[in-house]
Ligand binder design. Structure first.
Ligand code: GLU
Length: 497
């Protein structure tokens, strides 16, 4: 048997460090066994998936050196490797389950489902909705069918008993079937859900081991049941501990930059970031902290993964990066790496159109552009002094902008400007005044090139981190203010696109 592992990201946002972490362990496991590591794009959620996000994920994983043997860009015997191109396959297997009585069409409307759930709650019942709850009379089904009413396909799930499945790190895990719902396999638009597509693809792509985040543990009973229904062997499952913020909460972009692009823009070495991710829950037999991907693979042993939540701590990462820079790069290599980071044509071509109109000679470039080649900026309270804006306005602008940017996916300049304008109007501030604190947060001074262009170049996580940093300097809302501000913001946010 050839060991085959995969990373199966959904292209719905910026490439996440958690994806790189899981990809790294899948790759190390496969390589240690002389096996293959592949990449599959799980884009069944058509409303949230984008081609740009897919491209950024591929670019970021490649930058880190986590290359795959088969993938959307590397045709292989098990393609296509993008789920949106595999619709016929999922339709065929859904039909098979329907024909064999292992799945059923469900015509229930969302109002009916809410009602059913409320009834359960009122009756003090805790279990999931089962086929017996969802069933409609034969007449009603025939009527809805004749009307061409929309339906989903759900899997049948035992009403009682216990599901037991194996996890490579945790051993046997037991889940009561009463807690497992009749998962939707095919949505009313004919698209499969994650569960069906994931199981069908792992089987057809001959995946032998699934290493993924522990948030998927609750899906395992459904997956195991689907493998049984199809009569297929289930890959071995290994649920990795989730990365956490220093306060132990699940790593989230609201508290910690999570995008690989942020760490790239911050000037971390790919090798150091990989090394740091490898240290998340795993250690070398001799406990040394600095090691390369090859050294990790040589010494890899999945049973050395510890289940305590690994903390992703930027200070520790910076320390490790410092070691890599000092110990692995001679001066020539440092120069080449720095040049590649700061002065590569792609980045320069984003910056030049912005700064060219503002310089008279090349010696003006560095002062104007330095904030685009920096991490957190050296600003303090005095940086925010303004002739007419009150301190309270500045704090509110930064907090509201921070909330807006947290929720924002689209960082194109025009869109960001429209969002800022909508907030400014709602707050009854002139757009110029509204943008002042943002200029200071993003560029360190209000005498700078366009702030929305700068945010587009710096990217979501760097922009968010700088606004959060600025907010910490001027002071975020007190507990009392927070409630009022949140309410105000919710009102204003209605005007956002
Ligand atoms: N598409 C899922 C994700 O985004 C994959 C989960 C799995 O590995 O099964 O994480």
């Amino acid at each position: 048997m050839t060991v085959r592992t995969r990373i199966a990201p959904s292209p719905t946002g910026d490439p996440h460090v958690g994806t790189a972490y899981i990809a790294l362990f899948n790759m190390a496991f496969a390589r240690q066994h002389g096996g293959e590591f592949i990449l599959r794009i799980e884009d069944t959620d058509q409303t949230r998936s984008t081609a740009e996000s897919e491209q950024m994920i591929l670019d970021s994983l490649r930058w880190l050196g986590l290359d795959w043997a088969e993938g959307p860009d590397k045709p292989g015997p098990h393609g296509p490797y993008r789920q949106s191109e595999r619709g016929d396959i999922y339709a065929k297997y859904t039909q098979q389950l329907l024909d064999e009585g292992k799945a059923f069409k469900c015509y229930r409307t969302s109002e009916e489902l809410d009602q059913l759930r409320n009834q359960r709650r009122e009756a003090g019942l805790q279990g999931a909705l089962k086929e017996s709850d969802l069933a409609l009379s034969a007449d009603e089904v025939a009527k809805r069918e004749a009307e061409g009413a929309p339906y989903v396909v759900r899997m049948k799930v035992p009403e009682e008993g216990v599901c037991v499945f194996d996890d490579m790190l945790r051993g046997a895990i037991e889940v009561e079937w009463s807690q497992v719902d009749c998962q939707i396999l095919m949505k009313s638009d004919g698209m499969p859900t994650y569960h069906l597509a994931n199981v069908v693809d792992d089987h057809l792509m001959e995946i032998t081991h699934v290493l993924r985040g522990e948030e998927w543990i609750s899906s395992a009973p459904k997956h195991q049941l689907l493998y049984n229904y199809f009569g297929w062997d289930m890959p071995k499952l290994c649920h990795m501990p989730l990365l956490r913020n220093p306060d132990k909460s699940k790593l989230s972009k609201r508290k910690n930059p999570t995008s690989i692009i942020y760490y790239q823009r911050m000037g971390y070495m790919a090798e150091a970031l990989l090394n740091y991710l490898a240290r998340m829950g795993w250690s070398m037999p001799d406990e040394r902290e600095k090691f390369s991907l090859e050294e990790m693979i040589e010494n890899f042993d999945i049973s050395r993964v510890s289940l305590g939540g690994p903390i992703f701590d930027q200070e520790k990462l910076s320390w490790l990066n410092g070691l890599w820079i000092r110990e692995e790069l001679n001066d020539e290599q440092f120069a080449a790496a720095f040049q590649q980071w700061a002065l590569n044509p792609e980045y320069l071509m984003q910056i030049i159109p912005l700064i060219k109109p503002r310089v008279e000679k090349f010696s003006d470039v560095a002062p104007v552009a330095s904030f685009l080649l920096s991490g957190m900026l050296p600003i303090d309270e005095s940086s925010f002094e303004h002739k007419s804006l009150q301190q309270e306005d500045i704090r509110r602008v930064l907090q509201f902008s921070s909330w807006m940017l947290d929720a924002e996916q689209n960082f194109s300049r025009d869109h960001l400007f429209a969002q800022c304008k909508a907030l400014a109007d709602g707050m009854e501030l002139k757009i110029r005044d509204f943008l002042f604190p943002l200029f200071v947060a993003i560029a360190g001074t209000s005498a700078s090139v366009s702030v929305v262009d700068s945010m587009q170049i710096l990217g979501p996580d760097m922009s968010r981190a700088r606004v959060r940093h600025a907010l910490n300097i001027v002071g975020g809302p007190s507990k009392k203010e927070a409630k009022r501000w949140e309410k105000e913001y919710r009102e204003l946010a209605k005007a956002l696109a």
